[in-house]
Design a protein around this ligand. Structure first.
Ligand SMILES: Cc1cc2nc3c(=O)[nH]c(=O)nc-3n(C[C@H](O)[C@H](O)[C@H](O)COP(=O)(O)O)c2cc1C
Length: 378
């Protein structure tokens, strides 16, 4: 029999560094597990919180994660990635966001929460979603459009704070708008918003300034960044470590390392194979990022599945361990990893069926549900 008291006579025996608390700016985190932002596809058609979305976060909050970051929430209506994405572009989103923040506070046993802000950029699935195709590209964005988006990030952050979340997070990775501007592979502009790295990161710094201006000096701001684009003409760890260092100097409270600009499905399969038993896809960029950000807290996300890999990452300089797909599969994974001696690895097989499904259906793990697999393929 497994999981009986007699089998685990001394729970202290299983204590791991990952289970120790951590001071992130003004926030005390009960452990090092970060729920990396994961789109839910559970908001209503106007981006408002629904009961189904609350249920997903109820399960996560009770599952032992130290800090939950919601799926990316659109800061502008025309910056949505998908139909049922969470919205934060209007005051009408506030009531639902308040319920969500309250739910996590009440049921999370000290779990902290943040909303991830995003603009989908000029990706083919986004920007003009739900409206007629406006034909907007990065090149045709006017100074006025850019100023508006910067302001919208600031206003959205103020809503997140007003709703009662503990922090605000920003999606600066994966080819979303801020990452499109950062990468030479996707930024064709020749004005002060494109060209040199300093110009390409201008939008990132201005968005940071707008957010900080709205939330004040004590409210934690978390930033997800690529560590590499994995494209021939894209940016690599050296450039992104420099961007991370600039953000840290500007006052960002946590940098979360991720990677990849396009074709995430193929890329992740390749990165998983390359990482092998090390698990963490972006480990090679950890040392340059740590050097660039100094003492600013650093999270690493991507491929981490076992407690031992997480422990090694903390030893190598990470402060928090980001998990996305494993928590889709097992919302209570942190609790399980930190309390039982084995198995001390996630059930998630990184099959990516959850990712395939997310563009048109609520997030769900399909790996252990053959009938759902069939339904998704129909
Ligand atoms: C279904 C799904 C939705 C995702 N949505 C987001 C998102 O909204 N914002 C974001 O920054 N990353 C998003 N990601 C990427 C994850 O946060 C994470 O960076 C990636 O899955 C690698 O981590 P993992 O190996 O722990 O899954 C999503 C991933 C999946 C599978």
């Amino acid at each position: 029999m497994r999981n009986t008291k007699s089998e685990f006579p001394n729970p202290k025996q299983y204590r791991s560094r990952v289970g120790r608390g951590y001071q992130l700016g003004s926030l005390w985190l009960k452990n090092r597990f970060l729920r990396s932002a994961t789109m839910e596809y559970l908001a209503d058609i106007e981006g408002r919180v629904t009961d189904d979305l609350l249920k997903l976060y109820y399960d996560l909050a009770r599952g032992g994660t130290g800090l939950i970051v919601t799926g990316c929430a659109a800061v502008e209506e025309n910056g949505r990635a998908w139909a049922h994405q969470l919205g934060v572009w209007d005051d009408r989103h506030l009531e639902g966001l308040r319920r969500l923040a309250n739910l996590i506070r009440i049921h999370g046993d000290g779990c902290k929460s943040a909303v991830q802000l995003a603009h989908q950029g000029s990706n083919k699935t986004g920007y003009s979603y739900g409206a007629e195709d406006q034909g907007i590209t990065l090149e045709t964005l006017t100074e006025k459009d850019i100023r508006k988006t910067i302001r919208k990030f600031g206003e959205a952050a103020a809503r997140v704070q007003a709703a009662g979340f503990d922090a605000v997070a920003v999606h600066g990775a994966h080819g979303y708008l801020l990452s499109e501007f950062l990468s030479p592979a996707t930024n064709p502009r020749r004005d002060r918003w494109g060209g040199s790295l300093g110009n390409r990161m201008r939008l990132t710094l201005e968005v940071y300034g707008a957010i900080r201006g709205r939330v004040g000096v004590d409210f934690p701001i978390l930033w997800k960044l690529n560590s590499a684009d994995y494209l021939e003409n894209g940016a690599g760890p050296e450039e992104y470590a420099w961007v991370a260092g600039e953000l840290a100097r500007a006052g960002v409270n946590l940098i979360e390392m991720s990677g990849g600009l396009k074709d995430q499905l193929r890329l992740r399969a390749q990165l998983k194979q390359e990482a092998g038993p090390r698990e963490a896809y972006f480990f090679p960029a950890l040392a340059p990022f740590r050097q660039a950000v100094g003492k600013t807290p650093l999270a690493i996300t991507g491929g981490i599945r076992s407690l031992s890999a997480a422990e090694r990452l903390l030893e190598a300089g990470a402060d928090l361990i980001g998990l996305s797909r494993p928590l889709i599969c097992e919302p209570n994974l942190p609790q399980r990893l930190l309390s039982a001696p084995r198995p001390r690895r996630a059930r998630c097989t990184s099959c990516n069926l959850c990712l395939l499904r997310i563009a048109r259906q609520p997030v769900k793990c399909l790996a252990f549900d053959p009938f759902q697999k069939i339904l998704t393929a129909l």
